[in-house]
Design a protein around this ligand. Structure first.
Ligand SMILES: *Cc1c(COP(=O)(O)O)cnc(C)c1O
Length: 423
């Protein structure tokens, strides 16, 4: 398979049965769990907005002997011996990330998106500093000031929100809060905001306040790679991201910045917040970046958005209010209240029908909604016509209690199976 074929829609795990044989022979108990999960992913619909199906090449790099190698430090400056080849892997990953996003510097070592945010704060802030970020009940991530997270414990977070009438970020409020609180950093990025972020507006507000601008682009970074969303790199001082959401690489994080922050960012990742780099994951990130640089991935990213727009429209037509009235991205947040259920009940009924997604806060509401995304189903090759079908399945699942859900479940399995079995 060529790299552009890998970036095209693929049937996840169609070729993986043999690879599990080794595991099955040695450890049937664990192999049963892995195979069960593989089947679950193949016969239900993965609409969790943060998930995707990594390619067989990404999984091959993850499962490679690079997992055995200790490599504290950076290429050419490691604490451990024998790092020449993993150094080559990391240099490839860094160069591909820089080229893909037009960044002066890339650090590909963060173990996760949260680890990338932790390192960005460590690079730019001191404990006790004031940080302005999206409020958690409006779509901020745990690392944007949750009292249960290091961020809320070590920094003084102020939250901005969305306009209750439109669901759009209230940029006037962001500016007002920045003037009032003089934050050391302004964070833009969200777990659920379905619209493009105006990075130029955030830059302008940060400049006026004398604040650093940190973009947490964990969700849209894959769309950025495919040219389907604006790139925060030219605007933000530091960009944090994940590599496993729309970007479709291995589970992990990265940081992009200009050369002026390179040394601070690198030291904040290692040795300040992490130890040895995970070289198998870094190699898999390089493979993922290679796939994301192909025309097939550009087409994929645009299809992800087109699918989300069709699905948002179809859900609205089925009677679900959708925040902001639609989406510019892979993300949709919908309120199941018109079906007489709260988010938790909706998630449960949808899951029983094989429609897998998350709960999500609704701005300023007591009740919770559901959050879904089109990254994974688009990887499987689904298009606009399948999105219309999925919206109909949502309504059928929410309306059916008890026994009737089996019919919906069977239809979901049939649809998922068509796109999972390899064509
Ligand atoms: C997903 C996400 C993260 C965290 O990523 P993990 O890899 O789960 O730690 C951070 N910030 C935002 C905005 C996210 O969406």
């Amino acid at each position: 398979m060529s790299v552009s074929e890998a970036a095209a829609p693929h049937a996840p795990y169609a070729s993986y049965a043999q690879q599990f044989d080794v595991l099955r022979r040695q450890d049937p108990e664990l192999a049963e769990v892995v195979l069960g999960e593989t089947r679950r992913q193949a016969d239900s619909l993965q609409l969790t907005a943060a998930e995707n199906f990594a390619s067989p090449a990404v999984l091959a790099a993850l499962g490679s002997p690079l997992a055995n190698k200790y490599a504290e430090g950076y290429p050419g400056a490691r604490h451990h011996g024998g790092c020449e080849l993993v150094d080559a892997a990391e240099r490839i990953a860094v160069e591909r990330a820089k080229a893909l996003f037009g960044a002066g510097h890339a650090n590909v070592q963060p173990h996760s998106g949260s680890a990338a945010v932790l390192a960005a704060y460590a690079a730019l802030l001191r404990p006790g500093d004031t940080v302005l970020a999206m409020g958690l009940n409006h779509g901020g991530h745990l690392t944007h000031g949750s009292p249960a997270n290091f961020s809320g414990r070590w920094f003084d977070f102020v939250g901005y929100g969305v306009d209750p009438a439109t669901g759009l970020i209230d940029y006037a409020q962001v500016r007002e809060l920045a003037r009032r609180h003089s934050p050391k950093a302004l964070v833009c990025g969200s777990i659920s905001y379905p619209r493009h972020i105006d990075y130029a507006a955030f830059r302008d507000i940060a400049d006026e306040a004398g604040a650093y601008l940190i973009a947490d682009a964990a969700h849209p970074i894959g769309l950025v790679a495919g040219g389907a969303a604006p790139n925060p790199v030219p605007y933000a001082d530091v960009v944090c991201a994940t590599t496993h959401k729309v970007l479709r690489g291995p589970r992990g994080g990265m940081i992009l910045c200009g050369p002026e922050y390179a040394e601070r960012v690198d030291r904040a990742v290692f040795p300040f917040t992490q130890g040895g780099a995970q070289m198998h994951t870094i190699a898999a990130k390089a493979v993922g970046f290679g796939e994301a640089a192909t025309p097939a991935f550009t087409a994929y990213a645009h299809q992800v958005v087109a699918n989300a727009q069709v699905l948002a429209h179809a859900l609205a037509a089925e009677g679900f209010p959708v925040t902001t009235g639609g989406t510019d991205t892979h993300l949709i947040v919908a309120d199941p209240a018109p079906f007489g259920v709260d988010g938790r009940t909706a998630r449960g009924r949808l899951a029983a029908a094989g429609l897998v997604l998350d709960l999500c806060g609704l701005p300023d509401a007591e009740s919770r909604g559901i959050r879904l995304g089109t990254a994974a189903v688009t990887t499987q090759g689904m298009g606009e016509s399948e999105m219309g079908r999925i919206a109909g399945l949502f309504t059928a699942a929410l309306r059916s209690e008890g026994g009737k859900i089996h019919g919906v479940r069977a239809e979901v399995a049939e649809l998922a199976g068509t796109f999972s079995s390899g064509r």
